[in-house]
Design a protein. Structure first.
Length: 148
């Protein structure tokens, strides 16, 4: 179990992530850039945070999610939808962002660009089998359970 989340500054101007409120699930990640970065429609960039993280339990990973305000108001979201920072990764956390809207958006140095949520993950071993049990749904895929 993780009792604290350890961050190391890799760049002098990096900001240690904080929760905006006591009830916030995510820690805000900030852009550790020297000058503004503009993303035009469909543009993308890899934005450094200047931080490394140490998760001391392999049963946890840090997930990078969009900040809802940036996503809804300006169309900025992680390019890979959700970033995964494995417990044994010690390099710099960077956030790949994409602009999904028509208008350009400029990321300012120190701006909050994403949120990081530490979550438990299943690390059970994988096993190949020749049969799997049947369920009521079976192989019914996309839309198979209806709309309502």
């Amino acid at each position: 179990m993780i009792t604290e989340i350890k961050f190391k500054r890799l760049r002098e101007n990096a900001k240690i992530p904080q929760r905006a409120t006591a009830g916030s699930a995510g820690l805000d990640l900030c852009a550790c850039i020297d000058e503004p970065v503009t993303l035009d429609k469909g543009g993308h960039a890899l934005i450094p945070t200047g931080l490394a993280i140490a998760l001391d339990d392999p049963g946890y990973a840090a997930m990078i999610f969009a900040r809802s305000g940036l996503a809804i108001k300006h169309g900025l979201a992680p390019a890979n939808c959700v970033g995964v920072v494995d417990s044994d990764y010690r390099g710099e956390i960077c956030v790949g962002l994409i602009n999904q809207y028509e208008e350009s958006y400029t990321i300012q140095p120190g701006e909050r660009i994403a949120q990081l949520v530490v979550m438990p993950v299943c690390t059970a071993p994988t096993v190949e089998v020749t049969e799997i049990d049947e369920t009521e749904r079976g192989a019914g895929g996309f839309g198979s359970t209806g709309k309502q």
